[in-house]
Design a protein around this ligand. Structure first.
Ligand code: NAD
Ligand code: UDP
Length: 343
């Protein structure tokens, strides 16, 4: 059946993006938990543009209504203010299960709640998937590899996680999340997908999120010192959010049901990364060193052989190009809130 965009339909011209009109047979009912957050809201934009019926479930702990504001009155869109640790009955075809704080300061703020979100929240979503026979994708993390002794990290690596350290509420929560995904697949026949996401950045990151990309950009734009924790030799590999969203959608609609690394192998030391942000923002800010944080993984880079083989996916946006777009976004946001004077 022919599909058309309704961008030129008058009654819907208030919406930011053109939305495809899908035939009822192709239109899926898609639940996105954590859909008001950074990654979730970017994913929601693409799913809405494709013409699906999208329900966001979020308790707004680290997310914000402003991230999805532009869809609020769209007929294909629903927002449910709900905590994923409480059961819920819905009728859906797909579940993107993202709900969970992702930044270390946020997930360490209330470790018990972080554990409950990963454990009870994922059980609730798996129970829902089982009842309505929906396919469910769980956003796991490169943190399941802990402070890795294998580099780069392949999906076959079992990881090196301190089970009682300050990061454990998140890392172990995600590890048991994965365990539950495969228990429900094997015992109850639930159709599962597991993405192991590596450090991601882009528009809609919360400026006070606490992760390195937002910290450095906001510090540079405000003329404050860039805070490198420790000696700056730890490494991370950074991917732009549009690439992650494309990877998550390819994983959901593909047939591969084992864990898949989704990340950009472009690896930087944190010191190099601070220097890159200095250069791209043309700031006069200096780099200062602060005490290192406990159990901070010392190296991280994804092996993406599985993603490229099974999903024909690889990142398309260079780190520099992604940073330019993100710096532009933060400049605008800070200017709007009066936190910097010029873009
Ligand atoms: P985020 O903090 O911006 O978004 C998380 C969303 O989940 C927020 O909207 C928050 O309000 C919501 N949420 C948290 N607890 C909830 C609860 N109990 N009930 C309902 N909603 C709840 O983080 P993000 O960067 O968008 O991360 C999204 C997902 O991707 C997370 O599962 C995270 O673990 C995973 N991930 C992200 C990265 C990254 O670099 N961004 C890396 C690895 C994994
Ligand atoms: N980091 C830093 N300064 C900051 C924030 C983070 O040096 O202001 C370091 C942090 O110690 C880690 C890396 O940057 O080595 C990535 O931290 P982030 O919190 O972004 O994500 P993680 O990968 O640790 O979850």
């Amino acid at each position: 059946m022919k599909e058309a965009t309704n961008s030129n339909i008058k009654s819907e011209s208030v919406f930011h993006f053109p939305v495809t009109t899908l035939s009822p047979l192709k239109r899926l009912r898609i639940l996105v938990t954590g859909g008001a957050g950074f990654v979730g809201s970017n994913l929601v934009d693409r799913l809405m543009e494709q013409g699906h019926e999208v329900t966001v479930l979020d308790n707004m702990f680290t997310g914000s209504k402003s991230n999805i504001q532009h869809w609020i009155s769209h007929p294909n869109f629903n927002l449910i203010n709900h905590d994923v640790t409480d059961p819920i009955h819905l009728e859906v075809d797909r579940i993107f299960h993202l709900a969970c704080p992702a930044s270390p300061p946020h997930y360490m703020y209330n470790p018990i709640k972080t554990i409950k979100t990963s454990v009870m929240g994922t059980i609730n979503m798996l129970g829902l998937a089982k009842r309505v026979r929906a396919r469910i994708l769980f956003t796991s993390t490169s943190e399941v590899y802990g402070d890795p002794t294998e580099h780069p990290q392949k999906e076959t690596y079992w990881g090196h996680v301190n089970p009682i350290g300050p990061r454990a509420c998140y890392d172990e929560g995600k590890r048991v999340g994965e365990t539950m995904m495969y228990a429900y697949r094997d015992q109850a026949g639930v159709d599962v997908r597991v993405a192991r996401i590596f450090n991601t950045f882009g528009p809609r990151m919360n400026p006070s999120d606490g992760r390195v990309v937002s910290n450095f950009i906001v510090q540079a734009l405000q003329g404050r010192d860039l805070t490198v924790y420790g000696d700056g030799k730890a490494t991370r590999s950074f991917q732009y959010v549009d690439d992650l969203v494309a990877g998550l959608m390819a994983l959901m609609e593909g047939s591969y049901d084992r864990p898949v690394n989704i990340g950009n192998p472009d690896e930087y030391t944190i010191r190099q990364f601070a220097e890159l942000i200095q250069k791209l923002t043309k700031t006069n800010s200096s780099i200062v060193h602060k005490p290192s944080t406990q159990d901070d993984p010392q190296q991280r880079r994804p092996d993406i052989t599985v993603a490229s083989r099974e999903l024909a996916w690889r990142p398309k946006t260079s780190v520099k190009e992604g940073l330019r777009r993100t710096i532009h976004y933060f400049s605008h946001e800070l200017e709007k809130s009066g936190e910097i004077k010029t873009v």
